[in-house]
Design a binder for this molecule. Structure first.
Ligand code: ADP
Ligand code: MG
Length: 227
């Protein structure tokens, strides 16, 4: 297993009960897994814990055989090899497309930066948009910048929070296909969360259904959702 998550528990400060209770999940290398659940079921919280943005979780998280979390270990978010696309994309509004993507490549050499930038612009079909600011882009284009920024450093694991919820209905299926091509082309091990079964059917290899912070069931998409 490329990603192993066991017995994850988490409580927000001031909350009366655990938001995440015994969450577990495995992901194979190159797999696309979906976490499906209603609003408030804990999907975003799980992604934040995996990426290290919530520090007070317990349980075990292993990524590529390296422990990111256990009783004795907490690896900082930037050291986990995770790329994340947030629901609102979280682009830097004062930075052009190129600067947003280059932000993900801090610490890379000058030549490699330019090569990766060019590859990413190609991958997400944004050649010609290098000098635009986020407000000069459509929602779908902004999302592709967020994807390029997150994939530029070749993360071991790619997390997407509700990647389709801000898109118009007619754009959704187009963007789902685009993202699928990008993830398959790059062989990126990915976890995306959604409340929409159609997203799962279109994109996921397997699905983990969550309710109130625990795993209700998980498995093959057709087995869980029916044909
Ligand atoms: P989802 O992404 O599935 O909609 P979330 O993970 O955002 O769910 O939220 C799960 C639960 O945790 C909800 O009940 C939500 O109100 C609560 N919650 C989310 N963020 C915080 C926070 N910062 N402090 C306290 N409770 C929170
Ligand atoms: Mg959420």
């Amino acid at each position: 297993m490329f990603v192993e998550i066991e017995n994850l528990k988490f409580r927000y400060k001031n909350a009366k009960e655990d938001t995440i209770k015994n969450f577990a999940m495995n992901v194979d290398k190159g797999e696309i897994i979906s976490i499906l659940g209603e609003s408030g079921s804990g999907k975003s919280t799980v992604l934040r814990i995996i990426s290290g943005l919530e520090a007070n979780a317990s349980g075990i998280i292993k990524i590529d055989n390296k422990i990111a979390l256990d009783d004795k270990t907490f690896i900082m978010p930037e050291k986990r090899g995770i790329g994340m696309v947030f629901q609102d994309y979280a682009l830097f509004p004062h930075m052009m497309v190129t600067e947003n993507i280059l932000f993900g490549l801090k610490g890379f050499g000058k030549k490699e930066k330019q090569e990766r930038l060019s590859e990413m612009l190609e991958l997400v079909s944004l050649k010609g948009f290098e000098g635009r600011y986020p407000y000069e882009l459509s929602g779908g284009q902004q999302q592709r910048v967020a994807i390029a920024r997150a994939l530029a450093p070749r993360p071991a694991l790619f997390l997407l929070d509700e990647p389709f919820s801000n898109l118009d209905a007619d754009l959704r299926s187009k963007i789902r296909e685009e993202i699928k091509v990008i993830l398959r082309q790059t062989g990126t091990t990915s976890v995306f969360v959604t409340h929409d079964k159609e997203d799962v059917r279109a994109l996921a290899d397997r699905v983990v259904v969550v309710k109130d912070g625990f795993v209700l069931r998980s498995g093959n998409v057709n087995d869980i959702l029916g044909n």
